[in-house]
Design a protein around this ligand. Structure first.
Ligand code: HGY
Ligand code: MN
Ligand code: MN
Length: 413
């Protein structure tokens, strides 16, 4: 095998450059919500880097962006080894989530370019649309459509939290591609990502060999009570949507603590009329439930549903729910996980097998190809936050493992 060298400094420089696009006014964050002008700027920048590498660029109908370095033997029908992730962000995000996997993929291709060799099999890097699901649900949307889990027509008709239609926004930013989603079927898929959690750092471990990924359940809950005067309404006569929503949030914490494995988050909450001296007539909020075990996730959903029925009756309010996202836990390809572990061993890097707490595009691509993930540590376990950080040498070593695994898989039978 050729002696390929990863250009770490250039990868780090590109991470910084991309991280400046959509920069927030304060606290060093950036916001590149899917299909906004800021995200378009990020897409344009990544596409430019793909061009500089002489890659064949393809954009599909849901806006997934692919750059491919063809092997000498590829007559256009060869299934590529694919790497990738996403470049859209949550609000006020860090610079690494998703971007690291896309730019490390380009760094792997650059190693072939700089060595002047073509890979034994074509290599594709993908930047999938709307992984975060902040504006349009579900999350991991682009990779879900790519994997055939959601029709592109349905995805294009999705109405965002801002009332926009996804397909219109895709047209507006110029990324409504022609390629049929799923046309590029990966031979194998490997995603390099920051852990976004505390485990690797706490153990002083460098490489996470991600064996599986937990199930995700997102729902929106609406509580309808009665608006009334905060000063004249006795407690026993209240139908207080704000109290009910808050009680549900407390019950969710009880579910998480009592199960020990389920995680529960109320990330968004809105009261109406949202006035200091008026009992809330309506509360609208989201619930994010996760568990690596499907049966436990189902049990948490059922326990929440029972609680909703009980508190609705107790407080005399109406409660309705809308399921926004439901993905079962995913187990990644064992052979690829072994390959990642063997690579970390060869480098002498500390490593451990683990579950992904976050959702990733790899969980969708695992539906159509062998897939696995490599994690590197997140300082303080922080992510979805401008303070998201991984040391430069850790980022480079993670990318070296990616290059090593890719070159070995390219030359495997
Ligand atoms: O929600 C997630 O876990 C991912 O960041 N979309
Ligand atoms: Mn991510
Ligand atoms: Mn994320």
């Amino acid at each position: 095998m050729h002696d390929l060298h990863l250009n770490g400094p250039l990868m780090l420089q590109q991470i910084q450059t991309l991280g400046r696009l959509g920069a927030d006014a304060e606290n060093g964050g950036r916001t590149r919500i899917a299909l906004t002008d800021a995200e378009k700027a990020g897409r344009d920048r990544v596409q430019g880097w793909m061009r500089e590498l002489g890659l064949e660029i393809q954009i599909d109908r849901i806006g997934n962006l692919f750059g491919t370095l063809r092997s000498a033997s590829d007559r256009g029908d060869q299934r590529p080894l694919m790497m990738g992730s996403h470049i859209d962000t949550v609000t006020n995000a860090g610079a690494l989530d998703g971007c690291y996997g896309v730019l490390a993929g380009l760094a792997v291709i650059r190693a072939f370019r700089e060595a002047g060799v073509l890979p034994a099999r074509s290599i594709t890097v993908g930047a999938f649309t709307n992984e975060e699901g902040v504006r349009y649900q579900p999350d991991m949307m682009g990779s879900l459509v790519h994997a055939g889990g959601l029709s592109v027509e349905e995805a294009l008709d999705t109405i965002g939290t801002d009332g926009t239609r996804l397909g219109d926004e895709l047209e507006r930013i110029g990324y409504a591609g022609a390629l049929e989603p799923g046309a590029i079927v990966p031979h194998e898929y490997i995603e390099l990502h920051i852990e976004q959690g505390p485990i690797l750092e706490a153990e002083g471990t460098l490489i996470g060999v991600v064996e599986n990924l937990q199930g995700i359940s997102w729902q929106q809950i609406e509580v309808k009570g009665n608006a009334n005067h905060a000063g004249t309404t006795p407690t026993h006569l209240r139908h207080d949507a704000g109290l009910v929503a808050s009680s549900i949030a407390v019950e969710l914490r009880r579910i998480a603590v009592e199960t020990g494995t389920t995680l529960a988050t109320v990330g968004c909450m809105k009261f109406e009329p949202n006035v200091i001296n008026v009992i809330a007539r309506k509360a609208t909020f989201t619930v994010d439930l996760r568990d690596p075990d499907e049966a436990k996730l189902v049990a948490a959903e059922k326990r929440l549903s029972r609680y909703l029925g009980d508190i609705a009756e107790q407080e005399g309010v109406d409660i309705s729910t809308e399921q926004l996202v439901r993905f079962q836990p995913v187990t990644f390809n064992a052979a690829l996980a072994d390959e990642i572990e063997a690579s970390a061993q060869r480098f002498g890097f500390s490593h451990r097998r683990m579950t992904s707490g976050a959702g990733h595009d790899a969980q969708m691509i695992a539906r159509i190809a062998p897939a696995a993930m490599i994690f590197v540590p997140s300082r303080g376990g922080i992510s979805h936050n401008p303070r998201e950080h991984t040391d430069d040498d850790q980022l480079i070593k993670g990318a070296q493992v990616l290059l090593d695994v890719v070159t070995r898989r390219l030359n495997a039978a």
